[in-house]
Design a protein around this ligand. Structure first.
Ligand code: SF4
Ligand code: SF4
Length: 114
């Protein structure tokens, strides 16, 4: 099983996750839309389950797949599209932005019903 990026990542351009991944398996949609929202995704085929990305995500958006909250289970299949529809994705380039505040993180979780 791979790690999964959930919707808590939507519109983040921090990409701290990308800098620590040893296998460069983060992708984002070439043309984000309602079907493939604007966030990063992890390729399940390439992820080696090292766990390095989880603690560095300032939005706490990454989960080991068994730990994905039930509210976010649809996001598991979105991450799988990295492998099933690779032509629709580009590999993520690092674009580090300032960290969110603890209140920003709390508000984002509330926005998504967590
Ligand atoms: S650091 Fe977290 S919120 Fe930002 S792009 Fe990576 S997974 Fe998404
Ligand atoms: S768990 Fe490791 S291999 Fe998988 S996406 Fe995170 S940093 Fe990359």
């Amino acid at each position: 099983m791979a790690y999964v990026v959930t919707r808590l990542c939507r519109d983040c351009v921090h990409t701290a996750c990308v800098t620590v991944c040893p296998v460069e398996c983060f992708y984002w949609p070439k043309q984000p839309d309602d079907r493939l929202p604007n966030q990063v995704y992890i390729s399940p085929d390439e992820c080696i389950n090292c766990g390095a990305c989880l603690p560095v995500c300032p939005w706490q958006a990454i989960y080991d797949q068994p730990d994905v909250p039930s509210k976010f289970h649809e996001d598991i299949s979105l991450n799988q599209l990295c492998d099933k529809a690779r032509k629709e994705f580009d590999q993520v380039k690092h674009m580090k932005e300032p960290d969110p505040t603890p209140q920003d993180v709390k508000d984002n979780k509330k926005k998504w019903g967590l």
